[in-house]
Design a protein around this ligand. Sequence first.
Ligand SMILES: [Zn+2]
Ligand SMILES: [Zn+2]
Length: 242
Amino acid sequence: MIHMVKAVTEKVLNMIYPPACALCGDLLGKAERYICAACEVPLPRVTEPACFKCGKEISDNEAEICEDCSRYTRSYVRGFPAMNYDEAFKESIAAFKYHGKRDYGKYFAYEIARSRGRDIAEINPEALIPIPLHKKKLQKRGYNQAEVIARELGRRLDIPVDDKILIRTVNTLPQKRLNGTERQNNLKKAFHSKEKRVKYNKIMLVDDIYTTGTTVEACTKVLHDAGVKDIYYTSICIGRGC
Ligand SMILES: [Zn+2]
Ligand SMILES: [Zn+2]
């Protein structure tokens, strides 16, 4: 009975809100899931050669590590971003974060699992930890986008999600308007660990976009101080050349 009600509800919902492509917004055909066939072909997947640290694409003649990673401190072990941050993902992530398209989280987790699932399974982290939002932002937005992705990803890869251990205690200014040093200072005291000693040795942070790496770095430092040895990250997108 419950199944029937669920199926009927889904049918009705699909009539009111027909499933649309998470990237271009076109209505999906019967065989299409999350995104349309036209968007599937040119997906901006991160390909080799890529930075051994942050995972960003690099040119062939660069060293193993990108310019940013050789210039700034990277305390995490390694990163596994799925896509390059192109115009379609920019719009899709903005809709996901600011326009209530919470459902897109399913698609993003599906893409991370599709391109990075094997790497993540190999690392076998004890928990996925979403980059936390400050509670004021959480109230305004209604959900933490990184947590939505982490939950879906954890379900797909069978890894527990811990959204309690890492907290954001300072509601920081938008990073976009700040330069490198300001970003670092802005974030230095923004995160805290809920416990002095965390029970994990190896975890993976989850975020929507990795840009300059300052957020992941700040969270890594906090977790290191709380005793976590190895920290990795994964994200749906990584910014090009930032
Ligand atoms: Zn599309
Ligand atoms: Zn790098």
